[in-house]
Design a protein. Structure first.
Length: 317
């Protein structure tokens, strides 16, 4: 039976409407949810990738921070203050600078993060207020020979702990190898981050290093020799040849170590006599350093560490 044109149109419209309904149902129930789910999966995947990258970056940052922390003395002010004093004192003493030595620390300075403005809102307050690190300044005051002071400076330069030398002040006397030094350094630490283990400190070995002549010593004047004359032989060494290599106190008792040339060391306590020189004990000079006081033939005089009896200075009893 042949359909009329009108019926054909109705059938076509019905098929179109049915197809549209089927397509709409498929789109609403399958296509659209699939697309939405795919978009969400892509967003979640991007978030996971960003999180993984952040974790990788955090691991690298934490590893670098731990490497820096391993070169500090601890994660608190008390620990670092005590360790810094001990290390600087032991270093100076190993260079022979124990008499008159002092090591002081100053108030620490907190250094904030340069990017703290990027952390906004209450949620980021902890990151914004967390300091990057804390600087701990220290001052070393010592007095000794040029070789001892230079050994101390070399020792500071090879220390593995984080440090910076801010200033070096050296004052010397032209008539003796005696140098007073004031060295200001600073170290740092990361709050609440302790090193994983003890830090190995190097030993200052300067035995093989050539000793440099002190720049504070006045040049020795050469004797004038007239034509045809022979230079007079040097006078034989007398009691003035003795040099004070150490002046200080051991267990609360004054003590001085004396050496003549390359010979052995002689130890004196108050009341001991060496070549008519009676050791009376120690006294402090205007700078607070110990001087060894002697009496010889009624004359009382003092010698600084590193000086010889020839460099003596008269004092009143």
């Amino acid at each position: 039976m042949m359909l009329t044109r009108r019926n054909q149109i109705i059938v076509i419209i019905t098929i179109v409407i049915f197809g549209a309904c089927v397509w709409g149902a498929v789109s609403s129930w399958i296509t659209t949810p699939h697309r939405v789910l795919s978009d969400r999966i892509a967003q979640v995947q991007q978030s996971v990738d960003r999180r993984r990258a952040d974790l990788d970056l955090d691991h690298r940052v934490q590893a670098e921070l731990n490497a820096y922390a391993s070169r500090t003395f601890g994660g608190s002010r008390e620990t670092v203050d005590h360790a810094l004093r001990d290390v600087l004192s032991e270093l100076a003493i190993s260079c022979g600078l124990e008499p008159g030595l002092s090591v002081d620390t100053d108030a620490p300075r907190v250094v904030q993060s340069p990017g703290r403005r990027d952390f906004k809102g209450s949620a980021s307050r902890a990151l914004r207020d967390e300091p990057d690190f804390v600087e701990m300044p220290a001052t070393v005051r010592a007095r000794g020979t040029w070789r001892q002071i230079s050994d101390l400076l070399v020792g500071l330069s090879i220390q593995p702990w984080l440090n910076q030398t801010e200033s070096i002040s050296l004052v010397g006397k032209g008539n003796m190898d005696d140098v007073a030094a004031v060295i200001k350094v600073r170290s740092l630490y990361i709050p609440d981050r302790d090193p994983s283990g003890p830090m190995p400190l190097p030993e200052v070995d300067t035995a093989g290093r050539l000793a440099v002549k002190s720049p504070f010593l006045l040049p020795a004047s050469e004797p004038t020799i007239r034509p045809g004359s022979k230079p007079s032989p040097p006078p034989p060494p007398g009691w003035e040849r003795w040099r004070a290599t150490f002046v200080g106190r051991i267990e609360g008792k004054d003590e001085v170590l004396l050496q003549a040339g390359r010979g052995g060391v002689t130890r004196l306590h108050p009341g001991d006599v060496l070549e008519d020189c009676e050791y009376l004990g120690n006294r402090r000079d205007a700078d607070g350093f110990d001087l060894a006081v002697f009496r010889r033939h009624g004359e009382v005089w003092a010698v600084a560490p590193g000086g010889t009896f020839r460099d003596r200075q008269p004092v009143s009893e």
